[in-house]
Design a binder for this molecule. Structure first.
Ligand SMILES: C[S@@+](CC[C@H](N)C(=O)[O-])C[C@H]1O[C@@H](n2cnc3c(N)ncnc32)[C@H](O)[C@@H]1O
Length: 247
């Protein structure tokens, strides 16, 4: 199975960085605060971060008391930033795909992933691999693009506006047709994989996970004050977050 390494594409890498550097990016206003609220107690724990990107969450786990963190990412360019900006003696960064994690010689108390699972074709294998890497009572916490967002066949649904240019609804399609989507985001040809909410949750449950939380984050007052347009998240969620425990 050949995998796309889109974050190593110069134009994509720089475009993504420009988005993340904006004060009003949805990660910082919406997804990251929700993920942080859901973190389990990390004191003395071991953590695996799948698709760790710049490694800022790996540092955060150490600051929350984690004893050891492994951050893996398929992109060399993302890991170069992680090694430069987010290094710590108890963090190890590995350039590998999360499709290969069954080869890791460690066990973990938390497997974490922020906004990377929609790049993975075989969710069943991924969840099976994660399940076997977790210690008993271990926890999986991940976010990904919301299935309403990934559904439409060209990868992008669209907003509908009123006569004043305000968003009033969102049109999407192809929800029940799972699989590959190729679309334009920063560059042409970005690939991700659409799965329904039912399929995500059922796959986890069948693997033996006990679902703790399924959250479709909506903005808090402070985020709305900073970036009023974010109220669009009450019309259509951008992200889904799942916290599940090893049964
Ligand atoms: C949207 S970024 C999120 C980065 C980081 N988790 C964060 O929250 O800032 C997605 C990351 O997933 C990585 N990624 C995509 N496919 C991957 C794969 N098959 N294995 C490991 N990492 C992957 C990308 O290289 C990128 O760094």
């Amino acid at each position: 199975m050949s995998e796309q390494i889109i974050f190593d594409n110069k134009q994509f890498f720089e475009g993504y960085k420009a988005i993340r550097d904006r004060e009003t990016n949805l990660n910082d206003l919406l997804e990251q605060p929700a993920m942080k609220r859901l973190l389990p107690d990390l004191a003395g724990k071991t953590v695996l971060d799948l698709g760790c990107g710049y490694g800022h969450n790996c540092v955060d786990f150490i600051e929350h008391g984690a004893a050891k963190v492994i951050g893996i990412d398929i992109s060399k360019k993302m890991l170069e930033v992680a090694m430069r900006k987010s290094s710590h003696k108890n963090i190890e960064y590995i350039n590998m795909s999360m499709t290969e994690i069954a080869s890791l010689p460690y066990k973990f108390d938390l497997v974490y992933s922020s906004l990377a699972f929609h790049y993975i074709e075989d969710f069943e294998k991924l969840t099976a691999d994660i399940y076997s890497l977790l210690n008993d009572n271990g926890c999986l916490l991940f976010s990904q693009d919301h299935p309403i967002t990934t559904a439409t066949a060209d990868g992008m649904g669209h907003w509908n506006m009123d006569e004043n240019g305000n968003r009033i609804s969102y049109t999407f399609s192809n929800y029940g047709q799972e699989g590959k989507r190729e679309f334009h985001w920063i560059t042409d040809g970005v690939i991700n994989y659409h799965r329904t909410v039912g399929s995500l949750i059922t796959t986890l449950a069948k693997m033996g996970f006990i679902i703790d939380t399924v959250e479709e984050p909506t903005p808090k007052k402070w985020a709305i004050e900073k970036y009023p347009i974010i109220t669009k998240e009450f019309l259509k969620p951008s992200f889904i977050i799942v916290k599940a425990k090893k049964g």
